[in-house]
Ligand binder design. Structure first.
Ligand code: RB5
Length: 153
Protein backbone atom coordinates (compact mmCIF):
# COMPACT_ATOMS: atom_id res chain seq x y z
CA UNK A 1 0.00 0.00 0.00
CA UNK A 2 1.25 3.47 -0.85
CA UNK A 3 1.84 5.69 2.16
CA UNK A 4 1.83 9.48 2.19
CA UNK A 5 4.77 10.84 4.20
CA UNK A 6 5.70 14.24 5.56
CA UNK A 7 9.40 14.36 6.35
CA UNK A 8 11.61 16.92 8.08
CA UNK A 9 15.00 17.21 9.72
CA UNK A 10 17.47 19.73 11.02
CA UNK A 11 21.05 19.96 9.72
CA UNK A 12 22.18 16.99 11.84
CA UNK A 13 19.53 14.80 10.26
CA UNK A 14 19.82 16.10 6.72
CA UNK A 15 21.95 13.30 5.22
CA UNK A 16 19.87 10.55 6.83
CA UNK A 17 16.67 12.29 5.70
CA UNK A 18 17.88 12.36 2.11
CA UNK A 19 18.71 8.64 2.27
CA UNK A 20 15.42 7.65 3.88
CA UNK A 21 13.39 9.73 1.42
CA UNK A 22 14.97 7.68 -1.35
CA UNK A 23 14.12 4.46 0.49
CA UNK A 24 10.48 5.53 0.81
CA UNK A 25 10.28 6.61 -2.83
CA UNK A 26 11.74 3.25 -3.89
CA UNK A 27 8.84 1.61 -2.04
CA UNK A 28 6.41 3.69 -4.13
CA UNK A 29 5.39 6.02 -1.30
CA UNK A 30 4.48 9.69 -1.66
CA UNK A 31 7.18 11.76 0.05
CA UNK A 32 6.65 15.40 0.98
CA UNK A 33 10.01 16.74 2.13
CA UNK A 34 9.49 19.82 4.32
CA UNK A 35 13.22 20.51 4.72
CA UNK A 36 15.82 21.36 5.79
CA UNK A 37 17.61 21.44 2.46
CA UNK A 38 21.29 21.33 3.42
CA UNK A 39 23.67 21.01 6.37
CA UNK A 40 23.61 24.66 7.34
CA UNK A 41 22.57 24.99 10.98
CA UNK A 42 18.85 25.42 11.58
CA UNK A 43 16.50 25.02 14.55
CA UNK A 44 14.87 21.61 14.93
CA UNK A 45 11.56 22.95 16.42
CA UNK A 46 10.72 24.59 13.09
CA UNK A 47 10.88 21.31 11.20
CA UNK A 48 9.32 19.13 13.88
CA UNK A 49 6.36 21.50 14.10
CA UNK A 50 6.00 21.66 10.30
CA UNK A 51 5.83 17.88 10.02
CA UNK A 52 3.50 17.64 13.01
CA UNK A 53 1.09 20.21 11.57
CA UNK A 54 1.13 18.52 8.16
CA UNK A 55 0.37 15.09 9.59
CA UNK A 56 -2.29 16.35 12.01
CA UNK A 57 -4.11 18.29 9.29
CA UNK A 58 -3.71 15.79 6.43
CA UNK A 59 -6.82 14.65 4.64
CA UNK A 60 -6.67 10.88 4.75
CA UNK A 61 -3.96 8.70 6.23
CA UNK A 62 -0.47 10.14 6.51
CA UNK A 63 2.68 9.39 8.47
CA UNK A 64 5.57 11.63 9.51
CA UNK A 65 9.32 11.14 9.78
CA UNK A 66 11.45 13.58 11.77
CA UNK A 67 15.21 13.41 12.23
CA UNK A 68 17.69 15.45 14.25
CA UNK A 69 20.93 14.56 16.00
CA UNK A 70 19.28 12.54 18.75
CA UNK A 71 15.69 12.54 17.53
CA UNK A 72 14.71 14.02 20.90
CA UNK A 73 14.29 17.70 20.13
CA UNK A 74 12.50 17.34 16.82
CA UNK A 75 10.28 14.63 18.30
CA UNK A 76 9.31 16.91 21.20
CA UNK A 77 8.42 19.63 18.70
CA UNK A 78 6.24 17.27 16.65
CA UNK A 79 4.47 16.07 19.79
CA UNK A 80 3.50 19.65 20.70
CA UNK A 81 1.00 19.56 17.82
CA UNK A 82 -2.37 18.14 18.96
CA UNK A 83 -3.15 14.96 17.04
CA UNK A 84 0.49 13.92 16.75
CA UNK A 85 1.75 10.78 18.43
CA UNK A 86 5.47 10.83 17.74
CA UNK A 87 7.70 7.94 18.84
CA UNK A 88 11.47 8.14 19.16
CA UNK A 89 12.87 4.81 17.97
CA UNK A 90 16.35 3.32 18.15
CA UNK A 91 15.40 -0.22 17.14
CA UNK A 92 12.68 -1.90 15.11
CA UNK A 93 10.76 -3.51 18.01
CA UNK A 94 9.84 -0.10 19.40
CA UNK A 95 8.88 1.12 15.94
CA UNK A 96 6.54 -1.85 15.50
CA UNK A 97 4.99 -1.45 18.95
CA UNK A 98 4.60 2.29 18.49
CA UNK A 99 2.32 1.67 15.52
CA UNK A 100 0.58 -1.47 16.83
CA UNK A 101 -0.12 -0.22 20.37
CA UNK A 102 0.15 3.58 20.32
CA UNK A 103 -1.10 4.28 16.79
CA UNK A 104 1.95 6.52 16.47
CA UNK A 105 1.74 8.66 13.36
CA UNK A 106 5.24 10.18 13.40
CA UNK A 107 8.57 8.42 13.91
CA UNK A 108 11.59 10.31 15.26
CA UNK A 109 15.13 9.10 14.56
CA UNK A 110 18.52 10.27 15.81
CA UNK A 111 21.10 10.53 13.06
CA UNK A 112 23.96 10.77 15.58
CA UNK A 113 22.66 7.76 17.51
CA UNK A 114 21.85 5.07 14.94
CA UNK A 115 23.30 4.20 11.55
CA UNK A 116 21.48 4.13 8.25
CA UNK A 117 20.80 0.40 8.44
CA UNK A 118 19.06 0.54 11.82
CA UNK A 119 17.23 3.72 10.79
CA UNK A 120 15.92 1.95 7.69
CA UNK A 121 14.84 -1.07 9.75
CA UNK A 122 12.96 1.23 12.16
CA UNK A 123 11.30 3.07 9.31
CA UNK A 124 10.22 -0.09 7.49
CA UNK A 125 8.83 -1.61 10.70
CA UNK A 126 6.89 1.60 11.38
CA UNK A 127 5.59 1.77 7.81
CA UNK A 128 4.54 -1.88 7.60
CA UNK A 129 2.72 -2.18 10.94
CA UNK A 130 -0.91 -1.24 11.50
CA UNK A 131 -2.69 -0.25 14.70
CA UNK A 132 -4.09 -3.28 16.54
CA UNK A 133 -7.04 -1.44 18.06
CA UNK A 134 -8.87 -3.44 20.74
CA UNK A 135 -7.64 -2.59 24.25
CA UNK A 136 -5.15 -0.18 22.73
CA UNK A 137 -7.95 1.92 21.24
CA UNK A 138 -9.16 2.87 24.72
CA UNK A 139 -5.68 4.06 25.67
CA UNK A 140 -5.15 6.00 22.46
CA UNK A 141 -8.57 7.50 23.06
CA UNK A 142 -7.25 8.85 26.35
CA UNK A 143 -4.30 10.38 24.49
CA UNK A 144 -6.80 12.03 22.17
CA UNK A 145 -8.62 13.42 25.24
CA UNK A 146 -5.35 15.04 26.31
CA UNK A 147 -5.12 16.59 22.84
CA UNK A 148 -8.64 17.93 23.20
CA UNK A 149 -7.67 19.53 26.52
CA UNK A 150 -4.59 21.11 24.90
CA UNK A 151 -6.80 22.51 22.11
CA UNK A 152 -9.14 23.88 24.76
CA UNK A 153 -12.06 21.96 23.27
C1 RB5 B 1 21.87 20.02 16.89
O1 RB5 B 1 23.20 20.24 17.22
C2 RB5 B 1 21.24 19.07 17.89
O2 RB5 B 1 21.07 19.68 19.13
C3 RB5 B 1 19.90 18.57 17.36
O3 RB5 B 1 20.09 17.96 16.14
C4 RB5 B 1 19.16 17.56 18.21
O4 RB5 B 1 19.99 16.50 18.59
C5 RB5 B 1 18.35 18.08 19.31
O5 RB5 B 1 17.60 17.37 19.98
Amino acid sequence: MTVRWYVGSDHAGFALKRHLCEVLRSLGDEVNDLGTENEQAVDYPDFGAAVGRAVASARGPALGLVICGTGVGIGIAANKVPGVRCALCTEAFTATAARAHNDANVIALGARVIGAGVAEACLRAFRDTTFEGGRHARRVGKLNTLDDAARGS
